[in-house]
Structure formats: structure tokens, C-alpha cells
Design a binder for this molecule. Sequence first.
Ligand code: CO
Length: 136
Amino acid sequence: MKAKIDHIGIAVADAGASLAFFREALGLEVDAPEEVPSQHVRVTFLPAGDASLELLEPTSEESAVARYLAKRGPGLHHVAFRVDDIRAALAQLKARGIRLIDEVPRPGAHGSLVAFIHPSSTHGVLVELTQADAAR
Ligand code: CO
């Protein structure tokens, strides 16, 4: 496996207010927001070179991001790595005894497949794996 950084997820209570900083102060472009029903979030990607920022706004109290915001407030939420074959990557990690949050990938933004690895196995960093364009 040769993972590349795909995006950095940032939990925000109000994406509009955050954009004032990321778009206006840093000059980043902003993609159209997208709802990700499987995670009860609205995501907004801001491409920044080879990787993007992903602003995560909860759309329901059931969202893990809503719980995160309630507990810790806005801030760095996860680091996402792009892999070619997410199912093979999950199998490799599991074989190494790494604790997975998602043993089976679920639908992410832009038609991707995503799966999260538990922070107890990643030195405290919530890690997401993502496989782009899963439909192809
Ligand atoms: Co993400």
C-alpha cells in the first residue's frame, strides 16, 4: 500500500463563517457543498495543491461530527489517505491487528468509498481511507 494524503477534515459548526478565513484570508477555491447522508454531514472541499481541506458540518445530532463539536469544539478532525483499493487496504490493516471503525467501506463524498481507522490504533489521529470514483 502506498497511501497519499487526500484531504484533512476539519469539524466546523458553521461552514459559512469558516469560509471567510479559508477562502478570503488563504485564497483557497471552494467546491460546492455536498451532503453525505451515511455520516450525517455536509462537506465542503477546498482544493489546496495535491490535497484538500474538507469542512465537515453536522446535519443531525446523530452525527459523529456533532458529538465531536459538543465535546471539543471546532478543529482538526481527521486525516484522509487515498488508496487504490480500499477493500484490500482494510484487509491488510486488519491482518496487522489494527482496529477499524469501518470493516466495510461506506459511501463518501463525490462517489468515493471511505472507511475510518480507530484512533486507538493510529496514535490518536482519526484516519480515513478513501478510494476515489468507486463507481468506475
Ligand atoms: Co474526510
